[in-house]
Design a protein around this ligand. Sequence first.
Ligand SMILES: Cc1cc2nc3c(=O)[nH]c(=O)nc-3n(C[C@H](O)[C@H](O)[C@H](O)COP(=O)(O)OP(=O)(O)OC[C@H]3O[C@@H](n4cnc5c(N)ncnc54)[C@H](O)[C@@H]3O)c2cc1C
Length: 392
Amino acid sequence: MTAAYYAARAGQDVVLVDSRRVPGEKILLSGGGRCNVLPIESDPHGYATSSSPNTLRKIVQSWPLAEVRKFLEEELGVRLIEQKRTGKVFPATGGGEDVRDRFVAALRRKGVRIVTRTKVVEIRPSERRRVMLEGGAGIVAEQVILATGGLSYPRTGSDGGGLRIAEALGHRIVPTYPALVPLRNGRFEHTALAGVSLPVRLEVGAGRTKAIGVGDFLFTHVGYSGPVVLNMSHHVTRALAAGERLAVRVAWLDRTETEWLDVLSRGRGTLRGILKQDLPDRLVDKLLEELDLWDAPVEPMPREARARVLAALTAYPLPWVDSCGYREAEVTGGGIALADVDPRTLQSRIVPCLHFAGEILDAVGPLGGHNFLWAFATGRLAGEGAAAVREA
Ligand SMILES: Cc1cc2nc3c(=O)[nH]c(=O)nc-3n(C[C@H](O)[C@H](O)[C@H](O)COP(=O)(O)OP(=O)(O)OC[C@H]3O[C@@H](n4cnc5c(N)ncnc54)[C@H](O)[C@@H]3O)c2cc1C
């Protein structure tokens, strides 16, 4: 929608084609309905890509955050409020529905023709009727912007069809993976911890490629979620897509061994009693059951038992088996290789009448409005880029 808006703003006749009843369905679901439309601060280093991170950063920085806010506030008419505690920006009223409706209204004001419930199945660059629709009809277009999203939440219309279209035209597709996605557990008894949440440090992988994240962790009925798990999940799923299983280790409360040794030396009584002063009861019970130290006293504790307790507190191996997949992934990693587009216009380097925008490209942002920021920034570049080709 941003791409269509900017192409129309540059004076072009624009048709927006969408397979759903109304475009922008994900905006309705976003931020739990409240729509975390932007971050307060941009974080170009927080994105993940298998393409050039430099190119990615150049693209994110192409539209300063203050200008994006101006677009939302002045051109769409969305009043924004900041949530300082989380670093997120939301619409002041109306949530995602208001943002989506204002997008559609702004497109209409700019004269964009919106064709819905219509699926694009192929792009034929050598023909005048380039945009082929399901059912056999075609749309005449000089320039085409493909912004079909990834594979996440397929019920909102993004089913990976756009990636197949781009691939058929010779573009390199970085293998896709679910991102911002909960993990499934492999240990049935962890279901008993559903609802327990606490801050943690998460370490994914080992050695040179080890990634570390800090934030809130949540046990769910099927596994593990919470901001830190979602933000770190792409490391796990990207490796999994390449056939590698990464170890995920948890430091409860983000504490070190030394800090826990301090806690353990605090007093007498049972280990359980002492740990429960700091950690949720159910988690302590589960950890001690797994360690077979249910009734152990803190003093005296054999050295071997102490080492096992410290390991369970600072490097607990999370027994994940899989991610919850595209059905629950907020975004899709991988996609069209950034090397296949001109970063200034997002024009394809392979098919000159084609531009790309949004999640279809090989980039995923962290939680906090960074994925909409990517959609807006790439949309503007592609819209203006496509308009400029037509003018040239
Ligand atoms: C539950 C959920 C919550 C989220 N919350 C946030 C949040 O709070 N903040 C944030 O920044 N990001 C959030 N995201 C991510 C954000 O929604 C996406 O990054 C963003 O919508 C991507 O925009 P896009 O236009 O590239 O793709 P999409 O929004 O997926 O749009 C693609 C469009 O293309 C259409 N389409 C697909 N294939 C075809 C075809 N062959 N023919 C015609 N039309 C087609 C689809 O119908 C759809 O309308 C959330 C995502 C989900 C799933």
